[in-house]
Design a protein around this ligand. Structure first.
Ligand code: ZN
Length: 427
């Protein structure tokens, strides 16, 4: 389908940052074909979409989550980390049937679409379910089966095999796969080396959790004589194809190592705060030239997948920490959630921006929403005022997945029905 989107305002990214322009936008197939004007001879080939009172902005990119965890939303709040992980989350994960992960991932996709996320990076433990949900939802997704153990080809082999099988079954223009060792406390040094080799050989991205808590860093220093960042650097795991969730506890020259490696850091402000782990030094990371992105983490540790909330939190937290109202401004935060994320995914100029030739991954935001009115500064309002409910329509790869608030790819009542059943039977 080709669309001419007219009467709206476009949020475009330039060297000077994001700015709003009142121009028409032309979509052909899955791509943005033109901004402003098109070939008059082709005018009839487009279906017109009236975007009066709408901002058309790049879809947000959630760079770290576990979509299947919606099952455990508000199931383990206000408890300490050990109780959260070992007594609440892990026992549920052990007893959940595999198909539960499909419905909970689909619920996650629903929440992400409703709040303007068009792409997400997922780490899961139930093979095939997350990609199946992303495919049903029509979302852009970068998915990895969590890998753990001593040796990728022995203890972890079945997991690698599963990871590669789901890649084979589900890889498409929208769905890609990421090799995903879980963390340095659940994977051996050897496994990280093996994953790096596999990723290089297959041209795949890789992701891991890194330096999330004080305990993780203290344990690495006593076990390996190095910080987790230094350890992964020495193992050859850090490069421009590596996505690192958390990066909260940076010590010594960790930030210099990250910058030199070209690896991408993903801050998860709500999750890191909720689990009592602190805050990543995002202002310092940015000053040192590290590419910084934003994730929600899973709903058991957040408890939403709403990137608007995450953007607002990120800015406010860092203004507070630095006692500086100019820290982490709206422009910086919005860039982290779009342009920087696309760069980390190897999709620079292909998503996270509105420009000719990019994929049509777009949010239509209601500028008459009371929370954004009177539109004094639209970029600011997206960071400080929006709560996600202002997203009216969402397009991913040129297809509407939500239009005028109606979900077009997900049977929402069925999702609620299946989720209630899963909760009644397993929690
Ligand atoms: Zn995580």
């Amino acid at each position: 389908m080709n669309y001419k989107i007219t009467n709206g305002q476009l949020l475009v990214y330039t060297e000077d940052g994001f700015k709003v322009e009142k121009k028409d936008l032309y979509i052909e197939g899955d791509k943005i074909a033109g901004i402003g004007a098109c070939d008059p001879a082709k005018e009839d080939a487009y279906e017109t979409v009236d975007a009066s009172d709408k901002l058309i902005m790049p879809g947000l990119i959630n760079m770290h989550t576990h979509a299947y965890m919606t099952t455990m939303r508000n199931y383990a709040d206000d408890v300490d980390f050990d109780e959260w992980l070992f007594k609440r989350v892990m026992p549920v994960e052990d007893r959940l049937p595999k198909e539960a992960a499909y419905w909970s991932s689909l619920l996650g996709c629903m929440e992400m679409i409703r709040t303007g996320t068009t792409a997400f990076v997922d780490m899961h433990m139930y093979c095939g379910q997350s990609p199946k949900a992303a495919q049903q939802a029509g979302m852009r997704a970068f998915i990895g089966r969590g890998l753990v153990g001593e040796d990728l080809y022995e203890d972890g082999y079945s997991r690698l095999k599963e990871a590669l099988e789901e890649k084979e079954a589900y890889e498409s223009d929208l769905i890609r796969f990421v090799l995903s060792p879980h963390a340095i406390y659940s994977c051996s040094e050897k496994l990280y080396v093996q994953v790096a080799e596999e990723a290089n050989k297959r041209g795949m991205l890789k992701q891991t959790h890194l330096s999330e808590s004080v305990a993780e860093v203290d344990n690495a220093v006593s076990k390996y004589g190095r910080t987790p960042v230094k350890l992964l650097s020495d193992l050859g795991f850090l490069d421009q194809h590596t996505i690192l969730a958390h990066c909260v506890q940076m010590r010594g020259d960790d930030m210099e190592i990250l910058q030199r490696s070209g690896a991408h850091a993903v801050t998860n402000p709500a999750s890191n705060a909720k689990l009592g782990n602190g805050f990543a030094p995002v202002v310092e990371m940015d000053q040192k030239g590290i590419n910084l992105c934003i994730g929600t983490d899973g709903t058991a540790s957040n408890n939403t997948l709403n990137m608007f909330r995450e953007m607002g939190l990120l800015s406010l937290i860092h203004k507070g920490i630095h006692k500086d109202s100019t820290s982490a401004p709206a422009q910086f935060v919005l860039k982290a959630a779009t342009v920087n994320a696309a760069k980390a995914l190897g999709m620079e100029h292909q998503t996270g921006v509105i420009e000719t030739g990019a994929c049509a991954d777009l949010n239509f935001v209601d500028l008459k929403a009371v929370s954004l009115f009177p539109n004094n500064n639209i970029v600011s309002s997206l960071c400080y005022s929006a709560n996600g409910s202002e997203v009216d329509s969402v397009m991913i790869g040129g297809k509407f997945v939500m239009k005028n608030k109606e979900m077009l790819t997900i049977d929402t009542e069925r999702v609620y029905y299946e989720m209630n059943k899963i909760i009644n039977e397993n929690l």
